[in-house]
Design a protein around this ligand. Structure first.
Ligand code: GDD
Length: 366
């Protein structure tokens, strides 16, 4: 990790380090730093750490140009680009005991910095979160696809935490707490890792924010990050998610898919509407899946102490959620992309299988 020479213009030791991971954000830097400067004026001494992953658009230079006005440092990472890795490198380099993590792209309103910091500094909370889902919070400017993927990701995190916005990239805590994270941490969801690894003792507070979609540049959240997220969820689940159980679940899923397809085809062929055919074939297939997974895939792994009724109730909740997601995927593929019902049902079933597997491993058979 290479680091530029520390600025000599600011001798006061910072109380707060604002860590900003960046990847090609040159056009957003000025607005961000201006916003932070305004929001933090008259508050605690602070530094801004721009943790850059070899941006090719001059992000680092743009940030360094602010050094005569603010306490800004740039850390240039040499490791493969990774958002969590950048945040952890920022925490390592931080001079302050309190660390705020925020995006560079203007999505996170700097004027909420005081609201995030005040409870931490007062000692009433350990982690404060700039939350889109707390009362008064909202997300502006996202296309529906982003709402859908973010909603699914949040849903998958639900068994792990009561925080309403565990996907948030705007949060504050202590440097020490961040550095205590186990080093496999990777990908986008470092807050979730912090919440899960910290356990029940962590005192959290969600501060509502108006999340605004970026004005310049592009999101770097792609399929790779989404797969990393699933792998991290598996790790956080503590082993019930494994190649063995995934393979068995896949086989069981195939059996369920055959049942599902046959019934769906039968109903569509006999004049049934898309909605009733989708719901009926789904329900029958998931009942078959449940019994096979209960007796084979997760056999011996689930805590025996859970009453059967409660396990059924949990299964029902996962199944209903998967059903809603499947309905959304079907409508999307049929109404928006113009696929036939028969072509759309296959990817819809696959998405549902993934949601069911994770729900089963984390929640039903946990
Ligand atoms: N150093 C570094 N390395 N920075 C990165 C990398 C990386 O590999 N990938 C992304 N960043 C930086 C971006 O430059 C930006 O400042 C911030 O991390 C967020 O990245 P985006 O790619 O803009 O994220 P997003 O807007 O799509 O996602 C937002 O919403 C998610 C919730 O659904 C972010 O706020 C996420 O943090 C949040 O989890």
């Amino acid at each position: 990790m290479a680091q530029d020479s520390p600025t000599i213009l600011h001798s006061t030791e910072p109380v707060v380090s604002i860590v900003v991971p960046t990847l090609n954000e040159a056009d957003n830097i000025d607005r961000l730093l201006e916003g932070i400067r305004t929001a933090m004026a008259g508050l605690q001494p602070y530094e801004v750490l721009i943790v850059d992953d070899a941006s090719r658009d001059g992000t680092a230079q743009r940030a360094l140009a602010w050094q005569d006005r603010m306490n800004v440092r740039v850390i240039e990472r040499q490791a493969p680009p990774d958002l969590s890795g950048a945040v952890l490198d920022g925490a390592r380099a931080a001079r302050a005991a309190w660390v705020v993590v925020m995006d560079a792209d203007g999505s996170h309103p700097p004027d909420r910095l005081p609201a995030l910091l005040e409870p931490l500094l007062a000692g009433t909370h350990d982690v404060t979160i700039g939350s889109r889902h707390a009362e008064g919070g909202l997300t502006e400017g996202w296309p529906w696809q982003r709402h859908l993927t973010s909603g699914v990701a949040t849903l998958l995190a639900w068994p792990f935490t009561e925080v309403r916005d565990p996907m948030a990239g705007f949060f504050a805590t202590t440097r020490e707490r961040l550095l205590d994270l186990k080093n496999q941490t990777a990908g986008y969801k470092i807050l979730l890792e912090l919440l899960v690894q910290g356990g029940d003792r962590i005192r959290t507070l969600e501060v509502p924010i108006h999340f605004e979609d970026r004005r310049h540049g592009q999101s770097k959240l792609g399929l790779n990050q989404q797969l990393t997220y699933l792998k991290r969820l598996a790790w956080l689940a503590g082993g019930r998610v494994s190649l063995g159980s995934a393979s068995k679940f896949g086989l069981v899923g195939l059996a369920g898919m055959v049942v599902d397809l046959l019934l769906f085809q039968l109903m569509i062929g006999s004049g049934s509407g898309l909605g009733p055919a989708h719901v009926a074939s789904f329900v029958v297939a998931t009942v078959v899946n449940f019994f096979l997974n209960h007796g084979w895939t997760f056999r011996g792994q689930a805590q025996a102490s859970m009453p059967l009724g409660q396990r059924y109730a949990r299964f029902f909740i996962v199944a209903v959620m998967a059903l809603m997601i499947r309905g959304g995927v079907l409508v999307l593929l049929v109404d928006v992309f113009g696929l036939s019902a028969m072509a759309a049902i296959v990817p819809a079933i696959l998405v549902t299988a993934g949601v069911n597997y994770l729900g089963s491993a984390f929640y039903v058979f946990a």
